[in-house]
Design a protein around this ligand. Structure first.
Ligand SMILES: O=C(O)C(=O)Cc1ccccc1
Length: 341
């Protein structure tokens, strides 16, 4: 396990997240620097999974008119953007029940894509089975590993073993195509109706307040600083790599932000070497485009844009005492949490 903790913010609290089920239209900077509405028709968003996956719903909520591009893995979704088969890729990066999805953060760090948008969803899980199958007939449950982890209590109550598959909707597709009568899938009610499965139980997640945050990635703009409208609250994500002395580095990072009254929205410490794991690999996008390895990293999100001299000073201060800093993206902060209906 990565040693991690989160500090929601240093001074002013963020607005309390509100449940939104209506799709809102926000504005993002596109890869050519112009501003696009999220409703841009024809925008292709690559996601991991089959039709009906949570990531697809998140993409459609963020950009109602987009075309979604199903991919076998999150890595494939990223490659689709790199090879111009899609304009954006969407990745779930953290959830209230599980914390940061370090595997997806690793992907983000190893590629030259920028975060252009965030979207948070309440994820409600259902237990689905082939029509007519009863709970007592079930021998196993298949789903995406994150869904299985979020529904641990329901699995214990059922006395069933969870087996990971690529994605939630893919699990439903497998039940359908394999006519599996002893297997259930954990997926959304939407997947149940798309594939014609029965819902045996609703809301089986361990906690009701189960929010998953997704990032939408695109190729970086040539000058790397997106132009956001003044009316938009900007957020910036960075990774700070260092060789050791975690606590001192952490205090210095906090001081760089707090002394300038910059609010943090995420702070995660990842020291994989303490858990006997390999180093974190980060693509040095400003250098020679090489992958560099670091034993200790911090993931930091804060309110503000690097175009703001105050923020730039903070990042410069951090760059001076750390090994390496990469700006992962600057985008509109979205404090809403959207509901899957
Ligand atoms: O498998 C899916 O449906 C996904 O989109 C990945 C996922 C799984 C669980 C919560 C959020 C996203």
């Amino acid at each position: 396990m990565a040693s991690s903790f989160k500090l929601p913010n240093i001074s002013t609290p963020l607005p309390i997240p509100t449940r939104k089920s209506r799709l809102s239209v926000a504005v993002v900077a596109s890869s050519n620097g112009s501003l696009k509405h999220h409703g841009t028709p024809g925008l292709r968003i690559a996601f991991q999974g089959s039709t009906g996956a949570y990531s697809e719903f998140a993409a459609k909520t963020a950009c109602p008119d987009c075309t979604t591009v199903p991919c076998r893995s999150f890595a494939d979704a990223i490659t689709s953007v790199e090879r111009d088969r899609a304009d954006r890729a969407i990745l779930p990066v953290e959830s209230t029940l599980e914390g940061t999805t370090l595997r997806n953060y690793d992907l983000l760090l190893q590629h030259d894509l920028s975060i252009g948008q965030e979207i948070s969803l309440f994820v409600h899980y259902c237990l689905l089975a082939m029509p007519g199958v009863r709970e007592a007939e079930l021998r196993r449950v298949i789903s995406h590993p994150m869904a299985l982890a979020h529904c641990g209590r329901a699995l214990s109550r059922l006395g069933l073993h969870g087996e990971p598959v690529e994605d939630t909707a893919g699990a439903v597709e497998m039940l359908r195509s394999g006519r599996m009568l002893d297997t259930a899938a954990i997926a959304s009610p939407r997947a149940a109706s798309i594939y014609g499965l029965d819902v045996l139980a609703h809301g089986i997640q361990d906690e009701n307040w189960n929010v998953t945050r997704f990032l939408i990635l695109s190729k970086p703009q040539p000058h790397r600083t997106p132009v956001l409208p003044k009316s938009v609250n900007a957020k910036t994500s960075i990774v700070v790599a260092h060789r050791g002395g975690s606590m001192v580095v952490l205090l210095k990072v906090l001081s760089a932000f707090s002394s300038r009254s910059i609010n943090l929205t995420k702070l995660e410490v990842n020291n994989p070497s303490l858990d006997g794991k390999g180093p974190v690999m980060i693509l040095d996008v400003r250098g020679r485009g090489t992958l560099r390895s670091f034993p200790h990293v911090l993931y930091v999100d804060f309110l503000g844009t690097v175009a703001d001299p105050n923020v730039k000073d903070a990042v410069d201060e951090i760059s001076a005492f750390s090994e390496f800093v990469r700006i992962l993206g600057c985008y509109a902060a979205d404090p809403n949490v959207y509901d899957l209906h």
